[in-house]
Design a protein around this ligand. Structure first.
Ligand SMILES: Nc1nc2c(ncn2[C@@H]2O[C@H](COP(=O)(O)OP(=O)(O)OP(=O)(O)O)[C@@H](O)[C@H]2O)c(=O)[nH]1
Ligand SMILES: [Mg+2]
Length: 304
């Protein structure tokens, strides 16, 4: 049996191997995705928000809710390389361990390799593979602190932004552009002081958006409270949102093609002009040439 067939049979070791291949965009990975067909039917849900908001706890509670109705759930947790969140990973693993014995749940941590374009492509491919392997929904957990994470959320059909009272989350969230990308806003840790204030702040912030204001849901992930409501909103979107999701998918396909073409072009460029870069770098370092002029020259060389 080949790898694609093993994955279709539900072989988890084969799936893990396949994920490594597609994540790194190896030729075998490309062939594997082609052999499996594109999938494209799973609801891809991005869960993002500031560090410690309770994303992993919420993901775990959502898994339990979906498992109760026999859904098969895939999770991609994008490990942040940032040192102040790195410590939470072990906790994540332990929390999620509750589900790892379940053959209808597949959880994978994707390492952040620094290069954002590359990481985003790896996440898209991994989501494709889980989708093609029959997981639905596919969840993507990322820490929403910067543009890179926002980028990864484009891999999702639906983006859930998780905030918690206090700790200036709202300000942080706005800075990272989180409110603009939210399809659903979650106020987690609603048992803590400041939930009302956060909700009021969110209400007035989302009213300023051009688009339809996203629903706001309160949860206490540790106790599973509010999770059925959140799940209902997600299922509703998956069921009724064919047009919404189609538009999102088209946007995603465009972004992926663009990124792939950019990478391809850049690679071809540096393969043929690598030496010219070195020469120009020396001139820029010695102050004989501005960086902008160096770039113009490299591009001109390419046209010849
Ligand atoms: N009081 C309270 N604590 C919560 C709630 N949800 C999560 N927590 C706690 O908040 C802490 C952080 O939760 P995580 O689920 O690890 O948060 P996270 O957003 O995944 O964190 P990072 O992955 O590090 O960004 C943990 O100690 C949780 O037990 C909640 O609803 N109420
Ligand atoms: Mg987490």
């Amino acid at each position: 049996m080949n790898l694609a067939e093993s994955i279709q049979q539900g072989d988890r070791r084969a799936l893990a191997r396949g994920l490594t291949l597609v994540e790194n965009e190896t030729p075998e990975g490309v062939a594997l995705l082609a052999a499996l067909g594109s999938g494209g039917t799973a609801h891809r849900i991005g869960i993002t928000g500031p560090p410690g908001a309770g994303k992993s706890t919420l993901v775990s509670a959502l898994i339990a809710a979906w498992r109760a109705t026999n859904a098969t759930v895939g999770v991609l947790a994008v490990d942040p390389s940032s040192p102040f969140t790195g410590g939470a990973l072990l906790g994540d693993r332990i929390r999620m361990l509750a589900h790892t014995a379940d053959e209808h749940v597949f959880i994978r941590s994707l390492a952040s390799r620094g290069a954002l374009g590359g990481l985003a492509a790896g996440v898209y491919n991994a989501a494709d593979l889980l989708d093609a392997a029959g997981f639905d929904p596919v969840l993507l957990e990322t820490v929403g602190v910067g543009q890179g994470e926002v980028e990864i959320c484009r891999a999702a059909d639906t983006t859930v932004v998780v905030l918690a009272p206090g700790s200036g989350d709202i300000v942080q969230g706005m800075k990272a552009g989180l409110l603009e990308i939210a399809d659903i806003l979650v106020i987690n840790q609603a048992d803590r002081e400041g939930a009302d204030a956060l909700e009021a702040a969110l209400q007035s912030a989302v009213e300023l958006r051009d688009a339809v204001a996203p629903p706001i849901v309160r949860t206490i992930a540790t106790r599973g409270e509010g999770v059925p409501e959140l799940r209902a909103l997600l299922d509703e979107r998956a069921a009724a949102g064919a047009e919404v999701l189609a538009a999102r998918r088209l946007e995603r396909a465009r972004a992926r093609l663009r990124a792939a073409a950019d990478r391809h072009r850049a690679e071809a460029f540096w393969t043929s002009h690598g030496e010219a870069l070195e020469t120009a770098a020396v001139e820029v370092a010695e102050g004989r040439l501005s960086a902008a002029a160096a770039v113009s020259r490299l591009l001109e060389d390419e046209r010849r």
